[in-house]
Design a protein around this ligand. Structure first.
Ligand code: NAD
Length: 352
């Protein structure tokens, strides 16, 4: 059984990843999470009694704690998911993003380097540091083409700029210190346990309540969608078989405009709740977000061809299952309404 330190494991993708690895019984997971507004231990309640799962509340910016955890649990690897992740919030308070995504990643890298350099040869050779990043570091596409692993960085929001900075630090720790790192760039995720300020859970909640659905600009901005379970299997595949020092794109091959996504969700909610009203009548176009990227598309043929990973969940199946999950788990949605989050935001877009 391999022991992995997962950071940000109480968040959306982190909690799904922790669950997948703990249930596989091939991993012991140490989940370290600061529990910001986006972290929610209720997402992992079902794992509380698992012998191969431990939760520690902590900040990745606390290098001493990170070093202590790596030694205490004799970790075989790190998967770094801890981040400030919401683009709109990065416009209002970019400092939090620099602190966690840049300084926090630096502190985690330093602690990992010190620990890794102390390991015996075999354990050190098998050690991996997986840095979970986003396709948003590549900026915006026009109507054609897709991001590859060699697309130049061109981040447009404070969120993507802070993620890009952390990617460069991770790369430098491999080039300079030979730390066995791998960085991933994934497209937009959806699925269970996603904080309800993000597009899909927000639309589901508002459609169920019959509230207006504010969509940024014309709603024609395009995103590539991937079910979170598929993202987690990709991360596990990359952890187990990826090449050290490389980067991998992860995507679902499902390009949709924001307006299409909102309409699909509205139809699914109306059908599943038996509503006679048309939720999509409540769509309202609002002033566009500054610096709003037009289109993201991901070429993940490297991951498909070199490591044999394929997305398994179609967008249609995934949306149906996700809407059903949110309808059945209103107690989980309620549990996120802490720290003053009241379901409000300016407009609706897809950024993760
Ligand atoms: P999230 O906001 O749901 O979860 C982030 C988690 O990190 C939360 O549990 C939070 O408490 C924790 N955290 C924040 N600051 C911390 C700190 N300083 N120390 C320890 N923990 C801290 O985010 P998510 O959507 O699950 O994204 C996870 C990772 O995947 C992020 O790095 C994000 O950039 C990346 N990503 C997300 C998407 C997406 O569509 N959601 C797509 C590609 C990449």
């Amino acid at each position: 059984m391999r022991t992995i330190l997962i950071t940000g494991g109480a968040g959306f993708i982190g909690s799904n990843l922790v669950r997948q690895l703990v249930r596989s019984e091939q991993y012991r997971v140490i989940n370290v999470d600061k529990l910001t507004y986006a972290g929610n231990l209720f997402s992992l309640k079902d794992l509380e009694d698992s012998p191969n799962y431990t939760f520690v509340q902590g900040d990745i910016g606390d290098g001493m704690l990170m070093l202590d955890l790596l030694h205490r649990y004799q970790c075989d690897g790190v998967m770094n998911l801890a981040a400030e992740s919401h683009v709109d919030r990065s416009i209002g308070s970019p400092g939090d993003f620099v602190q966690t995504n840049v300084v926090g990643t630096y502190e985690l890298l330093e602690a990992t380097r010190e620990y890794w350099q102390s390991l015996a040869e075999e354990k050190s050779a098998n050690f991996r540091f997986i840095h979970v990043s986003t396709d948003e570091v590549f900026g915006s596409l026009g109507d054609e083409g897709a991001f590859t692993e060699s697309t130049p960085y061109s981040p447009n929001s404070p969120y993507s700029a802070s993620k890009a900075s952390s990617d460069h630090l991770v790369r430098a720790y491999h080039e300079t210190f030979a730390l066995p790192t791998i960085t991933t760039h994934c497209s937009n995720n959806y699925g269970p346990y996603q904080f309800p300020e993000k597009l899909i859970p927000l639309i589901i909640a508002k459609a169920v309540e019959g509230k207006p659905l504010p969509v940024y600009g014309t709603g024609l901005n395009v995103r590539d969608w991937l079910h979170v379970e598929d993202h987690c299997t990709a991360l596990r595949t990359i952890y187990e078989s990826g090449n050290v020092g490389e980067t991998y794109n992860i995507g679902g091959g499902t390009e949709k405009s924001n307006l299409d996504v909102v309409n699909i969700i509205c139809d699914t909610v109306d059908r599943l709740t038996g509503s006679s009203k048309k939720s999509s009548d409540k769509i309202e176009f609002v002033r566009d977000r500054p610096g709003h990227d037009f289109r993201y598309a991901i070429d993940c043929s490297k991951l498909n061809n070199d490591l044999g990973w394929q997305a398994a969940v179609s967008f249609e199946q995934g949306i149906e299952a996700t809407v059903k999950w949110y309808l059945a788990n209103s107690d989980w949605v309620e549990s996120t309404r802490k720290n003053g989050y009241d379901g409000q935001r300016l407009g609706i877009d897809a950024e993760g």
